[in-house]
Design a protein around this ligand. Sequence first.
Ligand SMILES: CCCCCCCCCCCCC/C=C/[C@@H](O)[C@H](CO)NC(=O)CCCCCCCCCCCCCCC
Ligand SMILES: Nc1ncnc2c1ncn2[C@@H]1O[C@H](COP(=O)(O)OP(=O)(O)OP(=O)(O)O)[C@@H](O)[C@H]1O
Ligand SMILES: [Ca+2]
Length: 551
Amino acid sequence: MERPSRLLLVSELRVRNSAYDVSLSRSLLTWKRRTSSPVYHPFRPSVCHSVSVSEIISVREEEEENGCKDDGSWKKINEREGKDCRQAFTVLHVERCPQHRWRCAEVSFTCPEAALCQRWVTGIREQLAAIASRPKQLLVYINPYSGKQHGKHIYEQKVAPLFALAGVTTHVIVTEHANYARDHLRTEAELKKFDGVVCVGGDGMFSEIIHGLIWRSQVDGGVDPNCADESLLPSSLRIGIIPAGSTDCICFATVGSNDPVTSALHIIVGDSQPMDVCSVHHNNTFLRYSVSLLGYGFYGDVLTDSERKRWMGPARYDLSGVKMFLTHHYYEGTVSYLPARGIMGTPRDASRCRSGCVICQHNGRLISKKAERYQMDEETDREGEGEWKTIRGKFLAINAASMSCACPRSPKGLSPAAHLADGTTDLILVRKCSRFDFLRHLLRHTSKDDQFDLNFVEVHRVRRFCFTPRHCQSDSDLDLRENGKHQIFGQICRNHPACGCAPAYSSWNCDGEILTHTAIDVRVHSNLIKLFARGIEEPTVFDDLTNPCAI
Ligand SMILES: CCCCCCCCCCCCC/C=C/[C@@H](O)[C@H](CO)NC(=O)CCCCCCCCCCCCCCC
Ligand SMILES: Nc1ncnc2c1ncn2[C@@H]1O[C@H](COP(=O)(O)OP(=O)(O)OP(=O)(O)O)[C@@H](O)[C@H]1O
Ligand SMILES: [Ca+2]
């Protein structure tokens, strides 16, 4: 438990006409109602509140109702005499609500004299200014076409007023076309001027931001993004997500809700959540980065089909989901993977990645130590990496979840025990099975039952994997897709005598974007980016124990 730090200010102030003992330390603002009688009174318990200084949004000076605000003459006299008549101040702070939502609450304190009020306002502001992790200047990108096309409205109505309250200045850019934000970050944006980047949109918009930022870090640091074996340089700017998209799984899995106000408050208080990023290559050519789902088969087909229905908004995924479920295509290929060795945690754990996750911290340290060794002696560590495993088969879906992928459609996600920053991804292989069995598997994403506890599903925690579709043993699968229709239909006729129309290839869904190649090499880069988030918080059951008033 945190040791109570030295008190900076202690006064008797009034809150809603009751007397309170108010104190300020470097970490806490506390107000405790004064009791006139020392005798225990069951109907009037001693009321004690506290708010962490790190969760104070701002402090506002108020004017005393009967002194200044209502009576202009008083104000004039006071101003002439050089006196400050402000005797009350309001503290705006984070308040926790159900479902991991945060709200901005306020409490007003009335002081016996203006000078004392000033001391309190200055004292609190000094503490806030000393928090180095809070952003002061943000670069904001808004996708006006995300989700239900409410991005601009959400930002203007719910987020901008909070940034203004907290004294955060912004440079806002409304994107004009796809990849506008990515290209602006790559080439134009003066990143030195900012403490973070905010994206207002969905997972696709977030993907644009990380592509811009990661690319920029590699170019600035002389790293070749096309080389799959290179260790990537982390980006120093944190990213905030104001959810306005269709799935918003990155926001949901890092904050616990898809609520713009909650996200804005996490940005203001300067939270920081590291995250793993997968790099995806084809033949040593960089394709894309992924932080959530890389899915071949079912999720690739759902995405391909849903892109034609963009006009429907978020419902397009459900419609395409039902369609692809009924279509029931399976695909043949070979998956090779490098199991994550020596790490804490497995994909079948009952525990979840939560705020301050010990598994992420432990594995993050382990992996960075391994990376140091790798730099010292490349060969030794390659042996120490362990053995590649290979699985050949027919699959309905091949999914790699670098985090849980929790979202409102599936609050526990594709891989409920996956971690945000443990340097691994969970490789989920769903083998060919009946429609009924696949439905059982899908349904378990929405219930307490384990979606991996089925004999046609396997899951492995890995550091790296490769996939090669059947008939793609050479490096030219793209050419084959474009020019080799006869070969593809040849395979269909042999393997699907009953339906004759199933394609030989699916596509990879990479965080909601279709990849141009099917043979891919995927590598996890531990802790490559940071978000303005803190992971999902556990509900504080024993709140009183952490409250100094209870001690
Ligand atoms: C019967 C109910 C079963 C419900 C099963 C729900 C499982 C949902 C799992 C969602 C996983 C989302 C992973 C996140 C991926 C993001 O990087 C990406 C970009 O935003 N989103 C999508 O690709 C968007 C992917 C959206 C996928 C939606 C799939 C919907 C499946 C519906 C199947 C219905 C079968 C009904 C049979 C009668
Ligand atoms: N001004 C724009 N016009 C058209 N497309 C844009 C624009 N700005 C960004 N985009 C593209 O729109 C696509 C979808 O954006 P976004 O991810 O924000 O919303 P979504 O698809 O509704 O949500 P989700 O990704 O959560 O499912 C992204 O691929 C992005 O590159
Ligand atoms: Ca991970």
